[in-house]
Design a protein around this ligand. Structure first.
Ligand code: B1M
Length: 217
């Protein structure tokens, strides 16, 4: 295992072990080793979150551990965020983003927000538990290029379709591109509900948003 692989594995394991000190140390080591911050997030910490989810499903972890894993991830993010650079991406669009109604998961959405900002997007973050009406109001108020929605629960992903229907009813659907993401989301689901794209992770999501905005310019 190379030094970089070993650091990514430490980031993953620190999340699984709910070890804030270890995640902060591994995040600093990732930066020192020249691992891009986004890679440390997606290929390190987010992999740990997958394992935490699995352990929760298997009855090995409980809600307390899910909460601690979320806190551990936030502490790791705090170390890495200042190193997320715009690089050579030069898209300057506007995105309205939120986690849909009934859903309180915001770690993945926050990663997307951070990477969007790093790619020079103006981001209007509506937070969590966002209703279709709030999405519609935000589109009217901010006139974004893109609406991005996140859902982590199979019981809340159906809200995405409500948002799209509400945008249609308000005559706003064709003014924006719509992208959706979150653990249960697939390209097939995006197609079914009339979204323009699904993103499996934040990097793919931001890449797609950049492509849309660049095509407009
Ligand atoms: Co929850 N939870 N949770 N949880 N939780 C899941 C989602 C679950 C899969 C765990 C499991 O059973 N294996 C399960 C859902 C099962 C299902 O619906 N099929 C579950 C459950 C059941 C619940 C509760 C119901 C538990 C309970 O109360 N009994 C409850 C629901 C609360 C609610 O929302 N109403 C609940 C609560 C919580 C906590 C609050 C404790 C905590 C969230 C803390 C927070 O977000 N502030 C939590 C956590 C941490 C998880 C897991 C373990 C990790 C989620 C996470 O942060 N992943 C999760 C298991 C899992 O997902 N494997 C689980 C890391 C994050 C970086 O990835 O969010 O997928 P993710 O985001 C990625 C991509 O999906 C994508 O990019 C991100 C970064 O690469 N992406 C987008 C996401 N949104 C995008 C938008 C885009 C583009 C890409 O637009 C451009």
């Amino acid at each position: 295992m190379s030094n970089k692989e070993e650091i990514l594995a430490r980031l993953r394991d620190a999340i699984v072990n709910l070890d804030i000190e270890a995640v902060q140390k591994a995040a600093k080591d990732a930066i020192d080793a020249g691992i891009p911050a986004y890679k440390a997030i997606i290929e390190g910490m987010a992999k740990g979150m997958e394992i935490v989810g699995k352990k929760y499903e298997d009855g090995e972890y409980f809600l307390a551990e899910l909460i601690m894993a979320g806190e551990t991830m936030k502490e790791g993010m705090a170390v890495l965020e200042p190193y997320l650079k715009a690089g050579d991406i030069k898209s300057a669009g506007k995105v309205v983003i939120g986690t849909v109604r009934g859903d309180l998961h915001d770690i993945g959405k926050n990663v997307v927000v951070t990477l969007l900002k790093a790619a020079n997007f103006e981001v209007i973050d509506l937070g969590v538990d966002v209703s279709a009406e709030q999405f519609v109001e935000a589109v009217k108020k901010h006139n974004p290029d893109i609406v991005a929605m996140s859902a982590l629960l199979t019981t809340t992903m159906i809200e995405m379709e409500n948002v799209i229907e509400s945008l249609k009813k308000s005559g706003l659907r064709d003014k924006v591109k719509i992208i959706i993401g979150g653990a249960p989301i697939t390209p097939e689901y995006a197609k079914k509900i009339g979204a323009d794209a699904a993103a499996k992770d934040a990097v793919e999501g931001v890449r797609r948003c950049s492509e849309w905005v660049e095509a407009k310019q």
